[in-house]
Design a protein around this ligand. Structure first.
Ligand code: DQA
Length: 147
């Protein structure tokens, strides 16, 4: 059976390409997802994409993923990274590798972005590599599940 890796993007990430391109780059979320799809085909992985601006929708989606026994999760929680205990608690349900991704380097930015509620429960964090961070995350998960 082909492994399924879930890609979750949180608030405001549907506006990529238009939103502060000097910080987040010029690619839209669709562009990033298409690039990931190409890589996933090469690696023999099925991807499932989800984006929401609503915290509760993200939690409901993680609960659904939990029931599906996922092979991995790549998540950019956007601003909820810095605030959401509920998101952290939902992610604690999962036993698959979880990679936290940020397009910008959150550690080089405002102090309130330095704290991630997710970092210490994720398998690892990619921050500051733009869209390429998602690709590195997928390659890492591929390596991990391939053993
Ligand atoms: C972000 C960084 C967050 O601080 C910010 O709120 C975002 C995007 C990133 O990808 O760099 O929405 O997660």
């Amino acid at each position: 059976m082909t492994p399924t890796v879930h890609i979750i993007n949180g608030p405001n990430l549907n506006m990529l390409g238009k939103r502060e391109p000097e910080v987040y780059g010029s690619l839209s979320l669709d562009d990033i997802n298409q690039g990931l799809e190409t890589l996933a085909q090469e690696l023999g992985i099925t991807l499932a994409f989800f984006q929401s601006n609503h915290e509760g929708m993200l939690l409901d989606h993680i609960h659904q993923i939990f029931e599906q026994d996922p092979s991995g999760l790549i998540i950019n929680p956007g601003a909820f990274t810095h605030t959401s205990v509920a998101l952290r608690d939902a992610l604690l349900l999962l036993s698959c590798p979880i990679v936290e991704v940020h397009l910008s380097n959150i550690h080089k930015r405002e102090a309130f972005r330095h704290k991630s509620m997710v970092a210490d429960i994720a398998t690892g964090q990619m921050t500051g590599f733009g869209w390429f961070g998602y690709h590195m995350a997928l390659r890492f998960i591929h390596n991990t599940i391939a053993g």
